[in-house]
Design a protein around this ligand. Structure first.
Ligand SMILES: Cc1cc2nc3c(=O)[nH]c(=O)nc-3n(C[C@H](O)[C@H](O)[C@H](O)COP(=O)(O)O)c2cc1C
Length: 303
C-alpha cells in the first residue's frame, strides 16, 4: 500500500480526498451510508456571521454534464453552528473544515474569529468566490486588491490553517493566488463555480430566480485542471484542486497538475460514497505506477 497522508500547512490529512463545501452538508447526514472518517477532510456548508435564507426558488438547474446552483449561502449563522452543529461534528475522526463567507471585510473577520475558538476545527476555507450573493462573496475574489484586503484582515485574527477558495471567474487566477499567498494564506483551493445561466425558451424566462448561477460538475473539469496547473507554477503554497472530479482518475489528474489534495463536490449528489472509491483508486494507481507515496504525484506531469 502507498502512503496516502499529505499536509496542507499544519493540517495533516490521512489522505488527499475531501468533500467540497455545500455538497456534503455537515458530513453527519452521510454517516449512515458510509464511514465518513475515512475521508481526508470534510468542508462543511458555507457559514456567515448572520443567518441567511438564501435565494428564492428555483435555484438549481441541470445542464449537460453538470448543474447550475444559486443557493446563496443559506445557513443559520455562525452562533448556531457553534451551539448546535459543532457539538455533533467535533468528534468525527477527520478534519472538519468550516467554509467562511461574508458580505464585508468586517463580517469575514467576525466569523473567522468565532470559528477560531473551536478546538476541533483545525482550518477554515475563506470563500471569496461565491457567485450567488449580492454583496461580498465573489466580489472580493475577482480583484487582487479585494482578495488581499480580506485575507490580510482574516490572517490577523485566525492563527490556524487558512485556505482561500478562489474564483474561476477571472482573467488570470494566478494573480489572485499570488496576492493571497503574499498576505499569508497557507493554501488555496480552486475552483469555485463558474458563472453561468439557463433559459426556458418556451416561457422566455430565466430558469433561476437569480438569472445567473454557479456552474459545477464534470463540465467544468478541464477549466479547473488548467487553473490548478497555472497556479502550481505561480505559487509555493499547497493547492487543493476541485471542479468536476467524479472518479479516481480525475483526482489523479488534479494531483499531476499540481494539487496536493482534492475535493469532490457535485458528484456527491450522484454517489455519496464516491470519496471512498477515489481513495481506493488513488492507492491502486500509486501501487501500479511504483509511487511509494501519493505525495509524489503532485506536479508529476510530464509536460
Ligand atoms: C449546491 C452547491 C452549493 C455550494 N455551496 C458552496 C458554499 O457554501 N461555499 C463554497 O465555497 N462553495 C460552494 N459550492 C461550490 C463547491 O464547493 C465547488 O467549489 C464547486 O461546485 C466545484 O466543484 P464540483 O464541480 O466538484 O462540484 C457549492 C456548490 C454546489 C453545487
Amino acid at each position: 500500500m502507498a502512503e496516502l497522508n499529505v499536509n496542507i500547512g499544519n493540517l495533516q490529512l490521512k489522505n488527499p480526498v475531501m468533500t467540497a463545501s455545500g455538497t456534503f452538508g455537515y458530513g453527519i447526514e452521510y454517516s449512515d451510508f458510509m464511514d465518513i472518517s475515512r475521508l481526508g477532510g470534510i468542508f462543511v456548508k458555507g457559514t456567515t456571521i448572520q443567518p441567511r435564507e438564501g435565494n428564492l426558488y428555483p435555484r438549481m438547474a441541470e445542464t449537460p454534464s453538470g448543474m447550475l446552483n444559486a443557493v446563496g449561502l443559506q445557513n443559520k449563522g455562525a452562533q448556531y453552528f457553534v451551539d448546535h452543529i459543532y457539538p455533533k461534528i467535533k468528534d468525527i475522526d477527520t478534519n472538519m473544515i468550516v467554509n467562511v463567507s461574508g458580505s464585508s471585510v468586517e463580517t469575514y473577520v467576525e466569523c473567522a474569529e468565532k470559528i477560531a475558538d473551536l478546538d476541533k476545527i483545525p482550518a477554515i476555507e475563506l470563500n471569496i468566490s461565491c457567485p450567488n450573493v449580492k454583496q461580498g462573496g465573489m466580489a472580493f475574489g475577482v480583484t487582487t486588491s479585494g482578495a488581499s484586503e480580506v485575507v490580510k484582515a482574516v490572517r490577523k485574527v485566525y492563527p490556524k490553517t487558512l485556505i482561500v477558495k478562489l474564483s474561476p471567474n477571472v482573467t488570470d487566477i494566478t494573480e489572485i493566488a499570488k496576492a493571497v499567498e503574499a498576505e499569508g494564506a497557507d493554501s488555496v483551493s480552486l475552483i469555485n463555480t463558474m458563472l453561468g445561466m439557463a433559459i426556458d425558451a418556451e416561457k422566455r424566462k430565466p430558469v433561476l430566480s437569480t438569472i445567473t448561477g454557479g456552474l459545477s460538475g464534470p463540465c467544468v473539469k478541464p477549466v479547473a485542471l488548467r487553473m490548478v496547473w497555472q497556479t502550481y507554477k505561480a505559487v509555493k503554497i499547497p493547492i487543493i484542486g476541485l471542479g468536476g472530479i467524479s472518479n479516481w482518475k480525475d483526482a489523479v489528474e488534479f494531483m499531476l497538475a499540481g494539487a496536493t489534495a482534492i475535493q469532490i463536490g457535485t458528484y456527491n449528489f450522484i454517489d455519496p460514497a464516491v470519496g471512498i472509491k477515489v481513495i481506493e483508486g488513488m492507492d491502486d494507481y500509486c501501487n501500479r505506477h511504483g509511487f511509494s507515496s501519493v505525495r509524489e504525484l503532485t506536479g508529476a506531469l510530464n509536460a
